[in-house]
Design a protein around this ligand. Sequence first.
Ligand SMILES: [Zn+2]
Length: 266
Amino acid sequence: MWLTMVGYGAAKIPDMHEDNGYIEPFQMFDNVYYIGDKWVSSYAVTTSTGLIIIDTLEFPYSQWLPLNLKKLGLQGARVSHILVTHGHSDHVAGDSYLQELYAAEVTISEQGYALALQQAEQSRGEKKFRPPEVSSFVKDEMSLLIVNTRFKFYLTPGHTQGDMSIDFMARHRGQLYRVFVTGGHSANLQNKQLTKLFIASMSRIKTLSAESPVVTVNLANHPHKNHLFKSRTAINTNDLKNPFVDRENFLQFIEQQQAQALNKVQ
Ligand SMILES: [Zn+2]
């Protein structure tokens, strides 16, 4: 029973090796870092009062997150908030582990949390995790202002019922670029109602993304879905051009996601 589980202190940390899916963390913008693994994204956003982490990987791989922060020189910063795109274990399993380390506040949708509870209860062996503690649930179009960074949330169901997309600004050489994290990738094709919701969510995201300033940064929650690693060697914080600023990448991604779902319902 997960409720009786003690802390994560004794859990074994998987070797930080590419055979295990380990990827060296890297900086994407002045205020955004990639700290995820080969299959699942996790991002750290810096503010003057601490770090915001978006998604926390499958446990026990979540234990790489603080080690990655250290590699990036961010170990002194407290993780103040965790934003969760949806309740599948590969995005949520590290929440309670990071809460134990940093007492971070978790932002998730109500239905995302219901799924996280189920996933935690089903988790077994090395992958066993506890659900996070959540004080309030996100609603559609709600915002969270942390120092000077505003995160806006949209409920965009279709991969799961509780997908939460995140909209904020990244900074590079004094310029701001609008970022979008699509809450769930790939429609749930087993469930016709979710597939239809997914198609509608992708249309909504396309419309939202065209509002000024248009979305130019696609922070996918699975890095291979938008070839995120292709640009990681090209990043140079002194260069005016940032390879992650790519409107086409975002639009193609949304269109391809929507087309996949449309094929299924036709
Ligand atoms: Zn998922």
